[in-house]
Design a protein around this ligand. Structure first.
Ligand code: PRX
Length: 692
């Protein structure tokens, strides 16, 4: 058994009189300690008594089985889904150790299924046809819509039939560039239905980023809409797609069809730029297709989707997830981490352009037959009370969001929250970055009226689903800790040499063994997959995160340990921003670091060296910002550009980011040893230019 398990086990067997009574042990023994005293926040007895996992013992029992008998544990769960044919004798096979050859992960191989069928048809057949699958809330209050499970099936089938008709086949890639309309989950499900591999690109990415993704996966069709209104702003998505398609064509990739949904609240079709022969209005063609469509039955290990994410070097990586394991894992994590009840109304504020929207707007909830709110707009538009207005309107019971939104709403003041009832809320959730204890407390006390447990879910695009997460009724929470691993997950903390550290410690977070939702490769680059994730600490999956474990076995994520920064829960590679900056003709060199930011978690801080003779100017600063917006997207624009006559480099030419981070965060007394720099005087020059 894992360290973690031994640790929790030892806590649960400690006698109450033992010198150091563990908190978890105290709960088991019914000795709830005053929460103020030890910073523990307990679920209410009423909550726990109705929870799927009501106690640490129940968790331990299930967790132990999941680790000792993963095949049995996961096949029991998988059997609850619809399979055309059951998987082979081996439930899973894996090699996660680079020293033993190629990395390979398989779950339920030989099993034949379809995730769209399991999300939609299976629920309709089970009598949920008239249950609301999606509530859609538009950007403007008063614009809304709903789809029942039967209607969803109808819409998905029509689009699936259309896609088949234009020649999209099993294994073909489809790029989806849509905002949060119901058509976004519909498009994902339609692809899954016919075995096509969707690649959703967040509709905040620029034309160049979109083009890069199109060139990488070569889709036959791009699905988009003409425009979207986010807050008071209209964003013309079709123009961005047009520019991306021109750019892809220059790289030899031409797309046959651009299926465009008309989003009338943002732009009429007459004002939309159009290329005859390539562009097709969704509403002109899709509704004409039959509303039933046979599903394409696929192997559990057939690809389901690609999702690009940032790494510490080079271009974005196409994370590839397959069908069966991802299905079982997202459904199960959703169910337990949010203590799902069929009567829940669930709202996740994430966009389907990110992994959170894939696993916990579309697949996880629909696999459970849940009712999901899809919100098109900005959470503070038209005012900072919008979220709670939506919560009251739909009687939302489970609300899942990111710490950055919590912090920004917290700044706007309690009165925007307390003037709404929010009494439907039952469980809150947080994802994307560590949630600081003060934001946690505000979320808990003000939003949840000190009633609703918070599931602080730690996971990644690569992991497919939750890895370390509270089970809300099972144990007390510590504000800011993601608590304990989900079933089947064995987190380990290793030191620099890759040696597992036990007990209270901090180090690099790795995972031992595989779990069903793990990604299987990086699209077209298995070698990079192995190098990035499995070579740093042989024998383990390396997460890129730092983590500490406290004396009670709770996990505390401390952020990325690589050159990736986390801005408002968006993962951005410093190398990507640097390469955008240096593409500017007047930029000679750039170095980007993350710096603490009150609302965004981290801000982007760029040191820029200009081409010889070019003077600093506000105009140039703006033009550099614009270059990043154009190449990546507005969310990646630096918060600060710091003029740098030179960068601190070692004699071998390596930029010393450690020093740049200290300068950026104004911790000048912590610069450390600068004598190994090729030119130590650059540090003083940088400090002198800090406020220019
Ligand atoms: O650093 C961790 C942080 O977000 C990274 C993963 O980013 P991405 O693949 O974009 O997925 C975001 C949504 C799952 C992680 O390596 N992260 C995510 N959730 C948490 C977190 N850090 C601390 N606590 C979390 N709950």
């Amino acid at each position: 058994t894992s360290n973690h398990l031994r640790h929790v086990e030892s806590m649960s067997t400690l006698p109450s009189g033992a010198g150091k009574v563990s908190h978890l042990n105290a709960v088991i023994l019914g000795e709830a300690l005053a929460s103020e005293e030890n910073d523990l926040v307990f679920p209410s007895e009423q909550f726990s008594s109705q929870a799927l996992v009501p106690s640490p013992q129940k968790y331990l029992e299930m967790y132990t089985r999941s680790i000792q008998d993963p095949a049995g544990f996961w096949s029991d769960i998988a059997s609850q889904f619809c399979w055309k044919q059951k998987w082979g004798e081996k439930v899973h096979s894996e090699n996660l150790d680079v020293r033993n050859g190629n990395i390979k992960i398989e779950w339920f191989k030989g099993g034949i299924t379809n995730i769209c069928y399991n999300c939609v048809d299976r629920n309709v057949e089970a009598g949920l046809g008239d249950k609301i699958a999606l509530y859609w809330e538009g950007n403007e209050p008063g614009f809304d819509d709903t789809l029942t499970y039967s209607q969803l099936l109808h819409g998905v089938c029509q689009l699936a039939n259309y896609l088949k008709d234009i020649g999209v086949k099993k294994g073909d890639a489809v790029v989806i560039y849509l905002p949060m309309l119901m058509e976004l989950p519909i498009a994902m499900l339609a692809c899954a239905r016919i075995g096509a591999v969707h690649s959703v690109v967040f509709a905040g990415f620029s034309a160049e980023s979109l083009a890069q993704r199109i060139v990488d996966c070569k889709p036959k069709v791009v699905i988009t809409c003409n425009a979207v209104k986010r807050g008071p702003k209209i964003i013309n998505l079709k123009d961005i797609v047009d520019a991306a398609l021109i750019e892809s064509a220059k790289n030899g990739i031409s797309v046959d069809v651009c299926l465009t949904y008309e989003n009338p609240s943002a732009m009429k079709r007459e004002s939309t730029n159009w290329q005859e022969g390539r562009d097709v209005w969704w509403l002109d063609v899709v509704p004409k297709y039959p509303s039933t469509c046979e599903v394409e039955w696929v192997d559990a290990e057939d690809p389901l989707f690609l999702l690009y994410t940032s790494g510490s070097t080079g271009k974005p990586k196409g994370v590839l997830h397959t069908t069966g394991g991802y299905m079982v894992y997202t459904a199960t994590t959703f169910k337990y981490a949010f203590d799902y009840k069929p009567s829940d109304v669930y709202w996740c504020t994430a966009d389907c352009g990110w992994i959170t929207g894939h696993s916990y707007v579309t697949y996880g909830p629909l696999l459970n037959g849940a009712t999901v709110v899809v919100f098109e707009g900005a959470p503070n538009y038209p005012d900072p009370g919008r979220c709670w207005d939506i919560v009251d309107k739909y009687k939302v019971t489970v609300f899942y969001t990111a710490p950055t939104l919590v912090r920004s709403l917290m700044r706007d003041g309690d009165e925007h929250v307390t003037c709404y009832s929010r009494k439907s809320l039952r469980v809150l959730g947080s994802v994307g970055e560590p949630i600081n204890p003060s934001a946690w407390r505000w979320f808990f006390n003000v939003v949840g009226d000190s009633r609703c447990p918070i599931s602080d879910t730690w996971w990644q695009t690569e992991t497919g689903g939750f890895m370390i997460t509270p089970l809300p009724g099972a144990w007390p929470q510590k504000p800011g800790s993601a608590t304990f691993p989900f079933f089947g997950v064995q987190p380990v903390i290793v030191d620099e040499k890759g040696v597992e550290i036990e007990g209270e410690c901090s180090g690099y977070l790795c995972v031992k063994g595989s779990w069903p939702g793990a990604f299987r490769t990086l699209y077209g680059d298995h070698e990079r997959y192995e190098t990035t994730y499995f070579k740093p600490f042989p024998g383990y999956y390396f997460t890129g995160d730092g983590c500490s474990r406290d004396k009670d076995g709770y996990h505390w994520l401390t952020g990325r340990v690589d050159d990736v920064i986390n801005v408002s829960g968006h993962r951005i590679g410093t190398a990507e921003v640097e390469s955008a900056l240096v593409s500017h003709p007047q930029c000679a060199e750039a170095a980007v670091v993350g710096v603490e930011h009150e609302v965004k978690g981290q801000g982007i801080y760029a040191f820029v060296t200009l081409v010889e003779g070019v003077p600093y100017s506000e105009e140039l600063r703006k033009s550099l910002m614009l270059t990043v917006r154009k190449q990546i997207g507005a969310f990646a624009a630096p918060d600060k550009i710091h003029w740098a006559p030179g960068l601190p480099k070692t004699r071998s030419g390596k930029i010393m980011r450690r020093i740049l981070r200290k300068i950026a965060s104004k911790q000048l007394d912590e610069l450390g040893d600068t004598s190994t720099l090729a030119d130590p005087s650059v540090v003083d020059q940088l400090i002198a230019l800090a406020d220019c």
